[in-house]
Design a protein around this ligand. Structure first.
Ligand code: URA
Ligand code: SF4
Length: 190
């Protein structure tokens, strides 16, 4: 399918019943941000708060993400876009199954075609393994920029993982600083 703009795509996505996650969701969490953003952040899937509010990363992990973004001058309302691999919450926050990811990623692909980001930041293993490489190891490869097609990809720690294991926070912060440096190097206006 081709869509003319993000709001047309969103209205289709909001009624999606292409996988079984539709039966347990409260809201489809389509994504949030600037449709012309050069930087797209991709998480795994909605948690409880996101499911209730219909917006990605609004719980504790989201607050931590917003802090890291703020440090490097990014803001979900202004100069980036945030989405997830799956748009509906997996029950009990289990990992999204590979079949669910495979079905739902069509929405993310359509979003990516419309937004046309220059950089995609994968938040956590599920996202990095789906978008960068299936054997991606966050602990080893976080902060590395990898070009695929016209887009630079970078994987970093999932903010929820940082809440569980704060010892990785300095590494995560340096990934965000590397992102800021890359934005400068590429003369990306934010
Ligand atoms: N974790 C994610 O991966 N995505 C969200 O939107 C919220 C928490
Ligand atoms: Fe559709 Fe994705 Fe929700 Fe499954 S998770 S019902 S594919 S929007």
């Amino acid at each position: 399918m081709t869509y003319n703009n993000l709001s047309e795509l969103k209205s289709q996505c909001l009624s999606c019943e292409k996988c079984k996650l539709c039966s347990t969701r409260t809201n489809v969490v389509f994504g949030v941000g600037n449709e012309n953003a050069d930087i797209l952040f991709v998480g795994e899937g909605p948690g409880e708060n996101e499911d209730l509010q219909g917006e990605p990363f609004v719980g504790k992990a989201g607050q931590l993400l917003d802090k890291y973004l703020q440090v490097i001058g990014l803001d979900r309302k202004k100069n980036i876009y945030i989405a997830n691999i799956v748009k509906c919450r997996p029950p009990q926050n289990r990992d999204p199954e590979s079949s669910e990811q495979e079905i739902c990623i069509e929405w993310l692909r359509a979003q990516t075609r419309l937004i046309k980001p220059k950089i995609i930041v994968c938040l956590g293993r599920i996202s990095a393994q789906k978008l960068i490489s299936e054997d991606f190891k966050v602990t080893k490869q976080h902060g590395e920029f990898i070009k695929k097609g016209n887009i630079l990809f970078m994987g970093t720690y999932h903010p929820a993982a940082l809440l569980r294991n704060p010892l990785n926070k300095p590494d995560a912060l340096s990934d965000f600083q590397a992102l800021r440096d890359k934005i400068k190097e590429l003369n990306i206006e934010i």
